[in-house]
Design a protein around this ligand. Structure first.
Ligand code: IDP
Ligand code: MG
Length: 153
């Protein structure tokens, strides 16, 4: 099944929102197939945010993403990239719809608590950037047949 990469940013760690985010992931029925804490540095952020390196706020973004460790997660599910982007909400927390993670838990366009891959192609690249192959666990949860109909998986 499809996989996506999620980062619980320092704004989630420092504000003690890890449980809230993980709770929503579990409640939705997304399968956690990788999860670890790591300290990011400028090198990996230049790759991960390559589309933003020339923007004036990039140094501030690096600072905000390296101020403490993050938690990276790999999630699995049918159409999970699209599903988790919808659960995340738009970039600016002040504009994100209530009910989304950013809409419910943040007020900032930068300190917006989670990263979510934006396409299936980018998800594959991002998972490989943050996880070693042996850190991704492919298993079948017992509840799978209650998450999906037979013809959906
Ligand atoms: P996304 O996280 O919703 O996919 P992107 O445009 O890919 O948004 O930007 C990546 C991250 O860079 C954002 O989540 C946010 O933390 C930061 N960022 C984006 N635009 C701005 C900005 O205008 N000012 C400050 N930080 C920004
Ligand atoms: Mg993005």
């Amino acid at each position: 099944m499809e996989k996506t990469l999620v980062i619980l940013k320092p704004s989630a760690i420092e504000r003690a929102l890890v449980g809230e985010v993980v709770k929503r992931i579990e409640q939705k029925g997304l399968i956690i197939c990788g999860m670890k804490m790591m300290q990011l540095d400028e090198k990996i952020l230049r790759e991960h945010y390559s589309h933003l390196v020339d923007r004036p706020f990039f140094p501030m973004l690096v600072e905000s993403m390296t101020v403490c460790p993050v938690i990276v997660m790999c999630l699995e599910g049918k159409d999970v990239v699209e599903v988790f982007r919808a659960m995340t909400g738009v970039t600016n927390g002040r504009k994100a719809a209530p009910g989304t993670l950013r809409g419910d838990f943040c007020m900032s366009g930068q300190q917006n608590i989670v990263h979510a891959s934006d396409s299936v192609e980018n998800a594959k690249i991002e998972i490989a950037r943050f996880f070693k192959p042996e850190e991704i666990f492919n298993y079948t949860p017992g509840m799978l047949k209650f998450l999906y109909a037979e013809d959906e998986i």
